[in-house]
Design a binder for this molecule. Structure first.
Ligand SMILES: NC(=O)c1ccc[n+]([C@@H]2O[C@H](COP(=O)([O-])OP(=O)(O)OC[C@H]3O[C@@H](n4cnc5c(N)ncnc54)[C@H](O)[C@@H]3O)[C@@H](O)[C@H]2O)c1
Length: 308
């Protein structure tokens, strides 16, 4: 009589017949899922807050092109509707909704309306956020002059309103999804190392990354291992929010800051909003089913480059 092993034997210590059975079972589980099926979002309902904006809009269109039905929620319903219209014009399914992330009641009523329209929510992209000029240091406004209420607004726009409140409300609606759910936050380069001149925005995005990890652990431990939370950290995208920092208002030429950014981006260019789509579809889909709590840079190599 052999002594019982301390832990179950693996396929190497089992008999060849038992190992073969294990291998067949493994292949049955994995083989039918082709690579493209892993990224397929058909039948999923995605909510993109701030989807009326530049990056949120591109993300919404990308999710729709992967098959998702997309609810676009924004403070500006016209912008949300315009994005939904672009998706529908290409044969996708989408609808715009009004929502103010500073007002919990509007987030709740938006969530209720989406569940009423589409039956459930599987994917949440929290894309509301940004910096404010009044929270940026300049020769006219030093660090010592930055108004507390403007800094507070930046924290609220990116962290409390932009990320935490919508997560509270939409995740509650996702808790019982048999297939789980994916929450994707938008962090930034300044979360890894702060960028000069924008202390409030840098601190707020560092908090978004931190909260992403916190919520990933909390949901997996307390509710379901199928509820995943990740963030993307976009590099530098020339958008309305940062145009005044990166290009000269009069000449349109790159500012010194703009030149420094390109010089520190190994891929040598700004990102385009579409550059975010692959990363978001991956995080939203079963292709990343064992991934939670990460902050994924999409930055042309900026965060990897020491400058030398
Ligand atoms: N643009 C960049 O280079 C860059 C880089 C890194 C991260 N980000 C982040 O990406 C996200 C999207 O940025 P963007 O450049 O597309 O900005 P954007 O200003 O184009 O879009 C933001 C959207 O949020 C909406 N919004 C603003 N306040 C709101 C509120 N109270 N309630 C609901 N909606 C509200 C706006 O109407 C707008 O449609 C932000 O979190 C931003 O911080 C941007």
């Amino acid at each position: 009589m052999g002594v019982a092993p301390l832990w179950p034997s693996n396929s190497f210590t089992r008999s060849p017949a038992a190992a073969k059975t294990i291998q067949v079972k493994y292949l049955e589980r994995v083989a039918p899922v082709g690579t493209s099926a892993l990224f397929d979002l058909s039948g999923r309902v995605a909510v993109v807050t701030g989807g009326g904006g530049v990056l949120g809009g591109a993300i919404a269109e990308g999710l729709a092109s992967a098959g998702a039905t997309v609810a676009i929620a924004d403070l500006l319903p016209d912008m949300a509707n315009a994005c939904a219209e672009r998706i529908r014009a290409r044969g996708g399914k989408a609808k715009g909704y009004a929502m103010n992330v500073f007002d919990r009641a509007t987030i709740q009523s938006c969530c209720d309306a989406i569940v009423q329209d589409f039956g459930r929510v599987d994917i949440l992209v929290n894309a509301v956020g940004g910096n404010m000029k009044g929270a940026t240091t300049s020769p006219e406004q030093t660090f010592f002059d930055l108004p507390a209420d403007t800094l507070q607004k930046v924290f609220e726009l990116n962290l409390t309103g932009g990320t935490i409140l919508p997560s509270q409300i939409f995740v509650k609606a996702m808790l019982d999804n048999p297939g789980g759910a994916s929450i994707i936050n938008i962090s930034s380069m300044n979360a890894f190392r702060p960028l000069t001149r924008i202390p409030g925005y840098s601190a707020a995005k560092a908090a978004v990354s931190n909260f992403t990890q916190w919520l990933a652990v909390h949901l997996a431990q307390e509710y379901s291992t199928k509820l995943r939370v990740n963030a993307i950290a976009p590099g530098f995208f020339l958008t309305e929010q940062n145009r005044f920092l990166l290009t000269d208002k009069e000449t349109g030429e790159p500012t010194q800051r703009g030149r420094t950014i390109i010089g520190h981006t190994p891929m040598g260019r700004y990102g385009t909003p579409e550059d975010l789509v692959g990363a978001v579809v991956w995080l939203a889909s079963d292709a990343s089913r064992f991934v939670t709590g990460i902050v994924l840079p999409v930055d042309g190599g900026f965060s990897a480059f020491s400058g030398v």
